[in-house]
Design a protein around this ligand. Structure first.
Ligand SMILES: [Zn+2]
Length: 394
């Protein structure tokens, strides 16, 4: 029997190669945009910013650029961007780039319409958990990477540097009203970033499939994304100019974003947030990848039921195995995927993180992102999470 669930995914998504051009004709939610981009300079260098500004101008839409966003975006820049949006009279926000720029655009859109500090509206850690009653400026997401799925979900992840808190949050008002997913914009992402971003998308699908709120609708998107990543991410990493691979990964990422809207990530993401809150130089996808074999091996032991279907989606011949051996086929396929994208040797030691931090990281993950632990298919204690972290060094 199909169990009850809610379906809410209000973003208009323009998907496919060349779709950016439609920004010049699609209905836009305002007359003056704050365009939010990263501090690294690649969005300017690749000509994407000029194209977006020109396409908006075709519709007589003015724009102002905020270009300070860091790879692990911080709350100071949310406040600064929101002040600029208010001061310049922007009536919508465009996030252009990877997850950090789009997430920042979402949080800026909220703070442009609400008083106080961003952390007043954060539900975990030292946040005050207030509801942003003022709503948000409309958000347009133009994604140039296949990683966070943020173009198809309400979530935004921001770090408060002073307290080492990296927390995801979101409301109905932080779903983009319009998202453009054009794989031609992803052709120039370098191999290691392609791997980390693609693995992030993969884990959104895997975690959303394992979450205890997974449902019939999220399962379709999750298994499709898992199958596509297993097949196409190694190709996109080896040959970044392969548009077929980039398009498959772009959809896998957006599909996994829809999974995050209909289901949710579980505590694997809490664990990663704790690592990159203490070590902001660790890319999100790297933190997820380095902890994944240990994390999912533990879960496969405790709640094996949903693992065989994921292994099957990844091309494992699950049905020829005795039932007891089927969950482990997923771990085998996961190891194979990690090796195929060139990350077989990745551990926390790669970033100089000592295993002695296991307890600190386990404690932080529960204190800041404890909500996701409640969605795990089986309970994980703080001691077990510390054990998982220590096992990542093998
Ligand atoms: Zn993620």
């Amino acid at each position: 029997m199909i169990a009850n669930f809610n379906y809410f995914m209000p973003s208009r998504i323009l998907f496919g190669a060349g779709k950016l051009a439609e920004l010049g004709s699609v209905a836009l939610p305002g007359r003056k945009a704050l365009i939010v981009i990263g501090a690294g300079g690649s969005i300017r260098r690749l000509g994407y910013l000029d194209r977006v500004v020109a396409l908006l101008a075709q519709q007589n839409v003015a724009s102002v650029v905020f270009d300070k966003i860091l790879p692990n975006p911080v709350s100071e820049h949310v406040a600064e961007g929101a002040a600029l949006a208010r001061q310049a009279g922007c009536d919508f926000v465009v996030g252009l780039g990877g997850g950090s720029s789009i997430d920042s655009a979402k949080s800026i859109a909220v703070m442009a319409k609400n008083p106080g500090e961003y952390w007043d509206y954060i539900g975990g850690g030292s946040g005050k958990g207030r509801f942003p009653a003022g709503g948000a400026l409309p958000i347009v997401a133009i994604t140039t990477t296949a990683g966070t799925g943020t173009e198809a979900d309400p979530w935004t992840v921001i770090t408060k540097t002073a307290t080492n808190e990296k927390i995801g949050t979101g409301w109905d008002c932080t779903f983009p009203v319009l998202s453009i997913v054009d794989p031609e914009l992803m052709l120039s992402v370098p191999p290691a970033l392609t791997a980390f971003q693609g693995m992030d998308a993969f884990f959104h699908a895997v975690e959303g499939y394992l979450a205890n709120i997974a449902n019939r609708a999220s399962d379709y998107f999750a298994l499709d994304a898992i199958a596509l990543v297993a097949k196409w991410l190694p190709v996109a990493v080896a040959d970044g100019g392969n548009l077929e691979a980039r398009t498959a990964m772009a959809w896998a990422n957006t599909a996994a974003g829809i999974v995050e809207s209909l289901s949710c990530c579980i505590s694997h993401h809490s664990l990663e947030h704790a690592i990159s809150a203490h070590h902001p130089e660790v890319p999100h996808g790297a933190g997820l990848t380095m902890t994944s074999v240990a994390y999912f091996s533990k879960l496969a032991e405790k709640a094996p039921e949903r693992f065989p279907a994921m292994a099957r989606a990844m091309g494992e011949d699950v049905d020829s195995l005795p039932e007891a051996e089927r969950p482990a086929a997923f771990i085998r396929a996961l190891r194979r995927l990690i090796a195929a994208v060139g990350q077989a040797d990745l551990t926390p030691a790669t970033y100089g993180i000592p295993s002695a931090e296991a307890e600190t990281i386990a404690r932080n993950s529960i204190a800041t992102m404890g909500g996701l632990y409640a969605l795990n298919p089986a309970e994980l204690t703080e001691a077990e999470v510390a054990d998982i972290f220590r096992a990542c060094y093998r």
